[in-house]
Ligand binder design. Structure first.
Ligand SMILES: [Mg+2]
Ligand SMILES: [Zn+2]
Length: 202
């Protein structure tokens, strides 16, 4: 079972534009390609875990979420960067579309998407990392026993100022590039020469 990096999407890899409902608004942060490629080269699977309640709210359809992820792949590929898999939650308890409007266990900080990714890809959440710009992402990390890295992009700079009681990140850093560095230097990274973990599969 491998360590992985679970990345939030909006505000972490790409600009947070509220609800991304038009592909023209998709904008990578300038460092995202390099950061993701560095994780790829380290042999860490990179998995996007994203709440997309815009589906339940009827701002966009599920097929648009897939279209967005294909467009994101197309932006990353020329720079040699790759997302290994995408998982999204289309639900919200107060949505407009009845089929998506419910309490679910896949909306972050719920852990169901990470559990699904781990089952699909053979990942070990307890040796993995979650990177995101909100306390929901940190909550997800805590729920699955992963390390939590909060970035100050997106909502992060504001979120950092108002930590919920009982929740703390393992690191708060400026952006995804700094998060990737922190992960690659972390003793839990199986490829770090100082790794505390020895796993021939990695
Ligand atoms: Mg976010
Ligand atoms: Zn859900």
């Amino acid at each position: 079972m491998k360590a992985a990096v679970f990345l939030d999407r909006d505000g972490t890899i790409i600009e947070d534009v509220g609800y991304l409902a038009r592909i023209e608004r998709l904008a990578l942060f300038p460092w995202s390609v390099d950061a993701i490629r560095a994780l790829n080269h380290a042999g860490l699977p990179v998995v996007v875990i994203t709440n997309q309640s815009g589906v339940a709210r009827k701002y966009f359809a599920e097929r648009f979420v897939h279209e967005t992820h294909r467009a994101l792949d197309d932006l990353l590929a020329p720079g040699g960067a790759r997302i290994d898999a995408y998982y999204y939650c289309p639900h919200h308890p107060d949505g407009k579309l009845p089929e998506y409007s419910r309490l679910c266990d896949c909306r972050k900080p719920g852990r169901a998407l990470v559990d699904r990714a781990c089952a699909d890809l053979g990942l070990d959440p307890a040796r993995s990392f979650v990177v995101g710009d909100t306390w929901r992402d940190v909550g997800l990390a805590r729920a699955v026993g992963a390390r939590a890295v909060m970035v100050r992009t997106g909502a992060g700079a504001i979120e950092e100022q108002r930590p919920p009681a009982g929740l703390a990140a393992d690191a708060v850093v400026d952006n995804l590039a700094a998060a990737a560095s922190w992960i690659l230097m972390n003793p839990l990274n199986p490829l770090n020469p100082q790794s505390a973990i020895r796993d021939p599969q990695c």
